[in-house]
Design a protein around this ligand. Structure first.
Ligand code: NDP
Length: 291
């Protein structure tokens, strides 16, 4: 007979609403199974007004940690005991560790992006153009700055949101950050190293929507990245490949973000390839925009 303790799985999960179709559980449970970790991931539908009870319940049941997705990434902060430095700058939390020191909030969305980018190049010293200034773009901007990019040009329709992120970056890093109002087709400076679509343009069902940039300013040698996980091959990435640029899709960010969470919860450095296969298999009927 196995030890009774071996029959008690570590408990992890996600609190969001709507939660249906969230593919994180598929990725995470594939990693647990692959690495022989006795743990479960439970995808829970929790609207903000029930979040305090859900968090108390997780603590009471001895959970190891949990994810937050829309609309709970900001409201959870009031329920926590501490924040990782980048989560404090971003002002949103997607991963909570339940520890002896209390509940610690992290933001691993941007870290997942940077980890995926590192497979292609060291972000240090890079000149980056980032489209978008919403939650995803803000997390990416902060983590790119902390990773030492040289310049960050934030291009957004609503200029105030871009300006706020540029200010946060300037005040907390050495990165030269500039906000640009997105009016008309944006021409990429020729010395750009990395281009990131951090907007929701191209997300299913609007799959033919195009990030409005001057196509022939995409040059070989640039790395063009998209946060859109569904579909993974967006108009932008297809255009970039046709012009000889390298590409990085939104599912790489999603996989790395979930992998970082497993490190925070249980010290696991999971096999990303296993998680990617599980994500691709699960995502067929997925319409939920974030982790
Ligand atoms: P937000 O609603 O916070 O921000 C949306 C951003 O897109 C804003 O900058 C908005 O501009 C811009 N935008 C939307 N439509 C247009 C348009 N037609 N023209 C120009 N700009 C536009 O969303 P999130 O930041 O939370 O999410 C953005 C995307 O990132 C989603 O598609 C989501 O699926 C993806 N995501 C991917 C993750 C991953 O791991 N791969 C993780 C998290 C999110 P404005 O400010 O002017 O309104």
């Amino acid at each position: 007979m196995p030890e009774p303790t071996l029959l008690r799985p570590a408990l992890t999960g996600s609190f969001s609403s709507p939660a249906g179709g969230n593919p994180t559980g598929a990725m995470v449970e594939a990693a647990y199974a692959h690495h022989g970790v006795l743990a479960r991931f439970v995808n829970c539908d929790v609207p903000p007004e029930r979040l305090p009870d859900a968090v108390r319940g997780a603590v009471a049941m001895g959970w190891t940690g949990f994810n937050l997705s829309l609309p709970n990434k900001q409201v959870v902060i009031a329920l926590l005991d501490g924040l990782a430095p980048s989560a404090a700058l971003i002002g949103a939390v997607n991963c909570v560790q339940i520890t002896d020191r209390g509940l610690i909030g992290n933001n691993t969305d941007g870290q997942g992006f940077v980890q995926a980018l590192r497979e292609r190049r060291d972000p240090r010293g890079a000149r980056v153009v980032l489209f978008g200034a919403g939650g995803a773009a803000r997390a990416i901007a902060v983590e790119l700055a902390l990773a030492g990019v040289a310049t960050l040009t934030i291009v957004n329709r609503s200029i105030e949101r871009a300006e706020e992120i540029a200010r946060i970056v300037r005040e907390n890093s050495e990165t030269v950050a500039t906000a640009v109002s997105w009016t008309g087709s944006f021409a990429l400076p020729a010395d750009t190293d990395v281009v990131v679509n951090g907007t929701s343009i191209g997300l299913a069902p609007d799959t033919e929507a195009r990030v409005d940039l001057v196509a022939d300013t995409i040059l070989p040698g640039m790395i063009v990245c998209d946060v859109i996980p569904n579909p993974p091959d967006t108009v932008l990435l297809r255009e970039a490949r046709a012009r000889g640029a390298e590409t990085l899709d939104g599912r790489s960010m999603l996989v790395n973000q979930a992998a970082i969470n497993l490190g925070l919860w249980m010290g696991l450095d999971p096999d990303r390839a296993v998680m990617r296969i599980a994500l691709d298999a699960a995502i067929g009927d997925w319409r939920h925009p974030t982790s």
